[in-house]
Write a protein that binds this ligand. Structure first.
Ligand code: FAD
Length: 451
């Protein structure tokens, strides 16, 4: 396997979800692997994405649980919330996970460079320190970076990168965007006591999700005090002497906020990579163009994860990294990742989860569809006196009952959906769900009881 013409068999740029998996697996297949990471080992998911975000979501949920628990007989006196304590605890655990990732790579003899890497010539990588190495294969796994819209004063805006490190919870926050990151942070800050305004330039939130789920989330979020502005783009933002921000948006009078956060999409991270030196082709959105095996137009250069802008999710980056490493360095027939039917979640309050087609897509693609819904108040909410309803929706092919999509909003929705996704991916029918006995009393039983 070793090709001594080069220093390494594989050089991975970016040690996030995709790069870590690919490097570790390639090394396990016997490849001599080196990797560069310019920020922190673990990448977006571990350091400033899924992991710390989910920890904040857990922390935020206690605001509701501590209120609801009174109806279950609990008395909590003198409750208070300490943001700095949570923030530091989350960051400590992030550091622990970073250590685990580093250890795993070291155990697999992956040579790690903690610095920026750039492709400077054919098979050649130059590190920020000036060190030059060569590799038979190069994997680009540099992820994506937050996009901040262009408007006067946008230098004052934070992104999710900074949101994890705030000194305090803002009294009043404006969140720009309508995607999952905007809605998740809206929920987090709202539960921590901020006044939250979500401003979106279009007229819907969570565009790719089923309309019934988005409507339900908006309804519930508004009941909880989150304000939504639509067709509202920032025209200008000014920092005042007292540290607050005056924001003028289209169709909205100037308003004052303590903090403005942009959650307006993530763009492939290709700057400063030296792709022009070897002629790697980019797509319209700046993404690295790859074939089904994650190979670029340059024969020895591959790319996985967010930088290819296929589906920007951690499990997808990991699968792509695994498939690349097995296919190039393993003793298997090259194989590709199936990007269809990928389940996903929005960790809002309450969360949404989804797999397969939404109702609009299903109607467009199949014409005749049958839609089953269950709209109910979970038992816990009834006892707690929380007037918050859950919704489950199953969309089936009208011709044969095959399940095309399942969508859910309510407690535990992401946990439940993972299992339902297996059935949808396997091409099961509504009849298979009907034939399955319910686990009672649960929220999940609605999935097999829909008529
Ligand atoms: P990344 O994990 O971003 O790793 C890329 C790495 O490359 C980075 O560490 C970067 O520092 C490094 N790098 C870049 N350029 C260079 C260079 N030239 N030299 C050296 N190093 C370089 N996904 C989910 O599935 N579930 C979630 O709940 C979820 N929540 C999210 C919440 C937030 C706030 C964000 C921002 C993202 C979230 N995601 C979630 C998306 C998920 O984090 C990404 O899809 C995933 O991390 C992509 O992995 P990757 O390997 O492509 O890139």
């Amino acid at each position: 396997m070793a090709d001594t013409e080069y220093d390494f068999d594989l050089f991975t740029i970016g040690i996030g979800s995709g790069g870590t998996r690919a490097s570790r697996v390639a090394a396990a297949h016997g490849a001599r692997v080196a990797a560069a990471e310019e920020h922190r080992v673990g990448g977006t998911c571990v350091i400033r994405g899924c992991v710390p975000k989910k920890m904040l979501v857990y922390g935020a949920q206690f605001a509701e649980d501590l209120e609801d628990c009174q109806q279950f007989g609990w008395t909590i006196e003198g409750k208070s919330f300490d943001w700095v304590k949570l923030r530091d605890h989350v960051m400590k655990d992030v550091g622990r996970i970073e250590g685990v990732y580093t250890e795993t790579l070291e155990k697999h003899d992956v040579t790690l460079f903690h610095e920026h890497a750039k492709i400077t010539d054919e098979h050649e990588i130059t590190l920020a320190s000036g060190k030059v190495v060569t590799a038979k294969h190069i994997l680009i796994a540099t992820g994506a970076t937050p996009h901040v819209p262009d408007f006067p004063g946008n230098e004052h805006v934070i992104t999710s990168n900074e949101a994890f490190h705030l000194d305090e919870v803002p009294g009043c926050i404006l969140i720009l965007g309508g995607g999952y990151i905007a809605n998740e942070f809206a929920g987090i800050f709202n539960e921590f006591g901020s006044k939250v305004v979500v401003a979106n330039r279009s007229d819907v939130i969570l565009r790719s999700y089923d309309f019934s789920m988005r409507d339900r989330l908006m309804q519930i979020s508004m009941t909880k005090g989150i304000e939504f502005l639509f067709r509202a783009e920032v025209e200008k933002l000014e920092k005042r002497d007292d540290g607050t921000f005056a924001v003028k948006m289209t169709g909205v009078e100037e308003r004052t906020f303590d903090l403005v956060m942009a959650a307006t999409g993530r763009v492939p991270n290709v700057e400063g990579l030296g792709l022009e030196n070897v002629g790697v082709e980019l797509g319209k959105r700046g993404e690295i163009k790859v074939d089904e095996f994650s190979k670029t137009n340059v024969d020895y250069i591959y790319a996985v994860g967010d930088v290819t802008d296929r589906v920007q999710l951690t499990p997808v980056a990991i699968r792509e990294g695994q498939a690349f490493a097995d296919s190039v360095f393993g003793d298997v027939e090259p194989y590709s990742v199936d990007h269809s039917c990928i389940p996903s979640a929005v960790f809002s309050h309450p969360p949404i989860s989804s797999v397969g087609l939404n109702e609009r897509e299903a109607k467009e693609q199949y014409g005749q569809v049958k839609v089953y819904t269950s709209d109910f108040r979970p038992m816990k909410n009834v006892v707690a006196g929380r007037n918050e309803r859950s919704l489950v929706k199953m969309i089936c092919d009208g011709a044969n009952g095959q399940i095309l999509g399942v969508h859910m909003i309510g407690p535990y929705a992401p946990e439940i959906m993972q299992t339902a996704a297996v059935a949808v991916k396997a091409g099961m029918n509504k009849a298979d769900f009907d034939a399955t006995t319910a686990i009672h009393p649960t929220v999940a039983e609605e999935l097999v009881l829909m008529k």
